[in-house]
Design a protein around this ligand. Structure first.
Ligand SMILES: Cc1cc2nc3c(=O)[nH]c(=O)nc-3n(C[C@H](O)[C@H](O)[C@H](O)COP(=O)(O)OP(=O)(O)OC[C@H]3O[C@@H](n4cnc5c(N)ncnc54)[C@H](O)[C@@H]3O)c2cc1C
Length: 497
């Protein structure tokens, strides 16, 4: 579908109440660059030389580039070490190559973490969507618009390449150096800071490090979990176990016939039953419902509603697999059939049971039940649900027996998706779990276990739902880590207010 971008809405947002509310912050926003200019002058000559970096940013993705930009803006000499031949590959592939750079609004409720929720709020409070948008527009130079219906920010160009290129250019303009093909394999503490061991190169010493190596998802573009390995082995961090998140699920389709490509707006919710407690089945706990796109795939289910709730099924599955000896890099898990897992329960049209009851009994009695379903649902799905209800597609409304009607009502409004696994890191948009926020000073993103190392982006135990929230996390945590790292090396341990 072509983009429907509303530039007026952007302008309106600029002039709206939020700009008044944040006016004090905006003054600070304008003054800070002047302060930074002084610091930059101090380093201008050195930046142009081959002096070693003061801040080493490990990983040139969205979070790493943002950290590098803000560290350089503070006046530090910054080098990004990127293991592949290109920075920001995930930016390029994001949002269907259009790059959904931000949501229109966000709060902690849009994110998932197993760390203490207050710590996530601390990081999010260090910036906000509006300031972040201003940065992307005014400093990075991207013209953004809001897409109708979805309320997401995209570049007006609809080009993720423009996002990547302009972000990289903004970094270079601030004096950031980027070294490609520089795969950092380990860190070692030294008296002056940290020694980087780089594959096929000699060791390098740097005062402070920003670790922005991403997670395990989409390993084909350079992310294989090295950041986690370094955090565990070299930095004494305990991880919240990583697992694939925002990932398509596998399983049979209704009616026993696969229908890839069929998409429908549904109401989906997750019901959790306490493991091992049969009696508690009556007390099903519902997790956040999602009412958005649902897509049947060749192997199961995808679409924003499924991806957003997938972690509820995948996380316990990954935990069980690990207990059984699987490694965190193991792909595509499947259920053995006896494992009690949270269930995803779907209402295919989002309408109430009462509404369907009326629709299935309203005159004329000679109308086909199949037609009543096809009026509200894609035909293939309607036919599959008739099969689920044990109803022939020539059955008339007047001939629909009560027991079949009740079965059909269940299939229409409370259908439990028979999930038997997921498609693993190869298809997961992000990684859940990671470096726990509880082991990070969230005022600066500095490691509590290994001072002088700052974390940002997907390597941390945070991911957001579909809708630009993962870039919001990358920009926000990247900025905080980059500024803090620069301030630490330039003038002690001052944190970012
Ligand atoms: C298909 C897809 C679509 C997406 N669409 C959206 C979207 O529209 N909106 C949204 O908000 N989010 C989206 N996301 C999620 C978003 O892309 C990520 O959350 C975000 O890019 C994470 O940024 P990061 O910098 O933390 O990690 P990454 O982008 O993974 O960057 C990590 C970088 O570190 C490098 N690296 C790794 N190990 C080393 C090493 N040892 N030495 C040196 N360098 C190393 C990697 O090569 C990589 O460049 C999407 C993700 C995918 C996969």
């Amino acid at each position: 579908m072509g983009a429907m971008l509303n530039t007026r809405a952007v302008g309106a947002a600029r002039l709206g109440a939020s700009s008044v509310r944040f006016s004090v912050g905006r003054i600070a926003h304008r003054v800070r660059p002047l302060v930074a200019t002084l610091a930059r002058r101090r380093h201008a000559i050195a930046s142009a030389s081959n002096d070693p970096p003061e801040v080493a940013v490990l990983g040139g993705g969205a979070a790493g580039l943002t950290a590098a930009y803000f560290a350089a803006k503070e006046g530090a000499r910054v080098t990004v070490y990127e293991r592949t031949s290109e920075a920001g590959k995930k930016i390029l592939m994001s949002g269907g190559a259009r790059c959904n750079v931000l949501p229109v609004a966000g709060s902690a409720a849009d994110f998932v973490t197993e760390s203490t929720p207050r710590l996530l709020k601390n990081v999010l409070a260090s910036w906000n969507v509006e300031r972040c948008r201003e940065w992307l527009e005014d400093d990075v130079g991207l013209a953004l618009g809001i897409e109708h219906v979805t309320n997401k920010y995209f570049p007006l160009s609809n080009s993720s390449r423009e996002v990547r290129d302009k972000l990289l250019q903004a970094c270079v303009s601030e004096g950031v150096k980027v070294r490609y093909g520089a795969s950092v394999e380990s860190l070692r503490r030294t008296d002056e800071g940290w020694a980087l061991r780089i594959r096929d190169a000699s060791e390098e010493n740097v005062p402070v490090v920003v670790l922005a190596m991403g997670g395990l998802s989409f390993p084909a573009v350079g992310t294989d979990g090295t950041g986690y390995a370094i955090a565990r082995r070299d930095l004494n961090h305990v991880l919240n176990e990583p697992y694939p998140a925002l990932v398509p699920l596998t399983g049979a389709h209704p009616g026993g016939e696969m229908m890839p490509g069929v998409s429908v707006d549904v109401s989906l919710e997750c019901e959790t039953v306490a493991v091992g407690d049969e009696k508690s089945k009556k007390k099903k706990k519902k997790s956040k419902a999602s009412r958005e796109g649902f897509l049947f795939t060749h192997r199961g289910y995808s679409g924003p509603s499924v991806l957003d709730l997938s972690h509820n099924v995948v996380r316990p599955l990954a935990r069980l697999a690990r207990e059984g000896g699987a490694s965190e890099r193991d792909d595509e898990k499947s259920v053995d059939g006896t494992t009690p897992l949270p269930s995803l329960v779907v209402n295919w049209s989002g309408e109430s049971r009462e509404m369907w009851q009326t629709r299935l009994t309203a005159p004329p009695g000679k109308a086909l039940v199949a037609t009543r379903l096809r009026d509200a649902l894609p035909q293939r799905l309607a036919d599959a649900l008739l099969v689920e209800g044990g109803i022939d597609n020539t059955c008339k409304v007047a001939d629909l027996r009560k027991e079949n009607r009740l079965k059909l009502l269940d299939a229409l409004t409370r259908y439990t998706i028979p999930v038997d696994g997921h498609q693993g890191y190869r298809k997961a948009e992000v990684t859940g779990g990671g470096v726990a926020l509880d082991e990070i000073d969230t005022k600066s993103m500095q490691s509590l276990a290994s001072p002088g190392v700052f974390f940002c982006g997907e390597v941390c135990d945070v991911f957001g739902r579909i809708g630009g929230f993962n870039f919001l996390w990358a920009w926000t945590s990247g900025r905080l880590a980059g500024m803090s790292a620069a301030r630490k090396v330039l003038d002690g341990t001052r944190t970012v207010a």
